[in-house]
Design a protein around this ligand. Structure first.
Ligand code: FES
Length: 679
């Protein structure tokens, strides 16, 4: 290339280079490593290679780009536009040639055949470089004088047109190859799978003629719910999503009870593996029906889950994960065929499972890490997925550490006298007037707050049945702010003089939150259960902060369903998470599911998370001597020794009964003051 050759800039990647006049835009993109889809191999029939020209002067890049700098629409593009829809301004990059300086936009949403699409839940655009590619070829017909077999001529055509050297073929295709070639009149589309750079590319499916679509599934197998997305591998669009509750719940609510079930029942593992696979098959049926997609057009799948879900899905006995040293059967990424694990799709469909980080920090945490990218940032980011076992990752681009904390099921409503899952009738928000100690609540399924017009009528219809996780955090935090409980979590009996809502129950007191049928109260035992759960989580976080040698974090991501619904301010008042500027605390939704989708649509992310997980330092909380000390301090609200300066700027916290200095002195001297903790 010379300095006078046209300069071409591709957006959004920002990659640029000079190319001789007459170079096709597709070739230029390939030379620069810009991903532009192509199924037909430049024959202008698939329409997957669409781009558009940005007009104008781009001062920053010193480029004046114009449609005059690209070849006019030629016969091939006209033919395509007459058969299919080519939106205004779109060009087929395989046919359009560079004539001058250009800024080329590579749309990430090229939709062909007007398939029904919906906006992705998180609106994230994932640059594509799938592990499966569709490659159309025209194969030489058999010739008596050339004794090459049909399959060999197919392989030769793929090598010539697509530079696919050293191709391997799935055995199930060999008995079918002759029929498919003849059916397609020697024109076929091969689905090529290539994941790791060291892998030989492999033909995993073969279709007669031009097969211009292929799909993939990304799935997060949670212990409570399973969420699945069906995406086009050729456009990246999510065409359908579905979720269901994990049927393993019938074997045990939380993870450890499911491990116990496996240990106690000879067929326990098989039963649970079968249950989760059946649920997955049901979800596949649903997403296929919604997206109008055939199961056999699904060629790639990515699954994530915590270590126990990961093992049960793969048919591995999780007993070893039930106790120290929490040994995983396999921690690295897994590649297999879907048929091997009871998911009938296409005979060639592949499965990729992300690596697990440790015995209690699974592929779901790895996927969430990939999505939020603490390892890509200078800031120190804390990523927490709160479940019965909280998974915690803390790090930046220099160093990342991870641990899990046994929070138990209290945040999900179990172990709480009036606790329940988030469902209509569950209290989800709580405010308590610090003067009158009167509460206001908001209930799922009822629009007005309890002190607003219309509440009573709606409550009579929907019912007010219990407290769900987000409100459990809020009610304890509000009780603390109102002085109903001390920083040590003791319900103050003296408050009974101020409000009939403080009720004596034996030797302890409780707070009447909602006087209906049933009466919803927060008991001393409930507060204790929440304290234990939040102290376990906070102590795990503190251990990781110790490892990093830091006393504050720059940002916090709250992952999972629970993280989506809790109010970060109340989580901080409770001392569930460390102090941080609230502007930098955010719910990150189903980050694990998004990470699975990233790995489905771009195999580069698979390498990134495999490399990152290999560098993450795993901390086993149970073995750390300081865990207990952090745990004891974290029993207080928000914490016995840690300051919350960012929180104090926006909330007036009650005076500490033990000053920070006192507590620090205690800490330094190795003494612990234990007041009221056994109440
Ligand atoms: Fe198929 Fe351009 S590569 S239309």
């Amino acid at each position: 290339m010379t300095k006078t050759d046209p300069l071409v800039l591709f957006m959004p990647s920002g990659k640029r280079g000079r190319f001789a006049v007459g170079t096709s835009v597709l070739d230029a993109a390939r030379t620069l490593g810009v991903y532009v889809e192509s199924v037909c191999g430049g024959r202008a029939t698939c329409g997957r290679c669409q781009v558009s020209v940005q007009e104008g002067h781009f001062a920053k890049h010193q480029i004046t780009s114009s449609n005059d700098h690209i070849s006019p629409i030629g016969a091939k593009e006209q033919r395509y536009a007459s058969v299919r829809d080519l939106p205004d301004g779109r060009r087929l990059s395989c046919s359009a040639q560079i004539l001058g300086d250009l800024v080329i936009d590579v749309p990430q949403d090229t939709v062909v055949n007007a398939q029904v699409v919906r906006k992705d839940s998180d609106g994230r655009v994932i640059e594509r470089d799938c592990a499966v590619h569709m490659c159309y070829v025209e194969v030489e017909e058999p010739d008596m004088h050339k004794p090459l077999g049909d399959l060999d001529r197919l392989v030769a055509a793929l090598a010539a047109d697509w530079k696919l050297e050293n191709l391997d073929v799935d055995f199930h295709l060999i008995p079918q190859v002759q029929k498919i070639l003849r059916q397609g009149e020697w024109k076929v589309t091969a689905a090529i799978h290539r994941d790791e750079a060291t892998d030989r590319p492999r033909i995993i499916a073969l279709y007669p003629g031009l097969k211009n679509e292929a799909y993939g599934i990304a799935c997060d197998i949670g212990s409570t719910t399973i969420a699945m997305h069906l995406s086009s591998l050729l456009s990246g669009r999510t065409v359908a999503s579905a979720g269901t509750s994990n049927p393993q719940i019938r074997f045990g609510e939380d993870l450890m009870s499911r491990v116990s079930y496996v240990m106690m029942n000879p067929d326990g593992r098989e039963g649970m593996t079968l249950a989760v696979r059946e649920a997955l098959n049901g979800l596949i049926d649903r997403v296929c029906a919604e997206g109008n997609v055939s199961r056999t057009d699904i060629l790639d799948t990515v699954f994530v889950g915590n270590p126990i879900m990961h093992h049960l899905f793969l048919g591995i006995d999780p007993t070893e994960l039930g106790g120290a040293p929490f040994a995983l059967a396999v921690s690295g990424a897994i590649h297999l065929k879907s048929a091997e694990i009871g998911l009938p799709l296409n005979a060639g469909t592949r499965v990729y499972m992300l690596p697990c980080i440790a015995g209690h920090v699974g592929a779901d945490a790895a996927a969430a890490t990939l999505t939020e990218g603490p390892h890509r940032q200078d800031d120190m980011m804390l990523l927490v997925d709160i479940g019965t076992n909280a998974e915690i990752v803390l790090g930046n681009r220099t160093r990342t550490v991870a641990a899990s904390s046994p929070t138990g099921p209290a945040f999900e409503g179990a172990e709480i006298s009036s606790g329940q899952r988030a469902a209509p009738g569950a209290i989800e928000r709580v405010r308590i007037d610090p003067l009158t100690l009167e509460p206001r609540v908001r209930v799922i399924g009822i629009e007005p707050w309890s002190d607003e017009p219309g509440f009573a009528e709606a409550a009579a219809e929907v019912g007010v049945t219990g407290i769900c996780g987000s409100a459990i955090i809020e009610v304890v935090a509000e009780m603390y702010l109102a002085g109903i409980i001390s920083e040590d979590g003791v319900v103050d009996g003296a408050m009974a003089e101020r409000s009939p809502r403080i009720e004596q129950k034996g030797r302890t007191f409780s707070y009447l939150l909602f006087d209906g049928e049933p009466r919803i109260t927060v008991t001393q035992t409930d507060v204790r259960a929440i304290q234990l759960a939040k102290a376990a989580l906070y102590a795990g976080i503190k251990l990781l902060m110790d490892k990093q040698g830091i006393d504050h974090v720059d940002r916090i991501g709250l992952a999972g369903a629970f993280g989506t619904f809790i109010d970060p301010k109340y989580a901080m008042i409770l001392g569930l998470i460390p102090d941080c500027d609230l502007e930098h605390v955010k719910a990150v939704g189903n980050a694990a599911g998004t990470g699975a989708r990233m790995c489905l649509l771009n195999r580069g992310y698979r390498r990134e998370i495999e490399e990152t997980v290999s560098r993450i330092e795993k901390i086993e909380t149970a073995l750390e001597p300081k865990f207990q000390e952090h745990f004891v301090y974290a029993m207080a609200l928000p914490n016995k020794v840690d300051a919350f300066p960012n929180l104090a700027r926006i909330v007036t916290l009650p005076e500490r009964t033990l000053s920070l200095e006192d507590a620090s002195a205690d800490n330094g001297g190795g003494r612990r003051r234990r007041r009221n903790r056994d109440t």
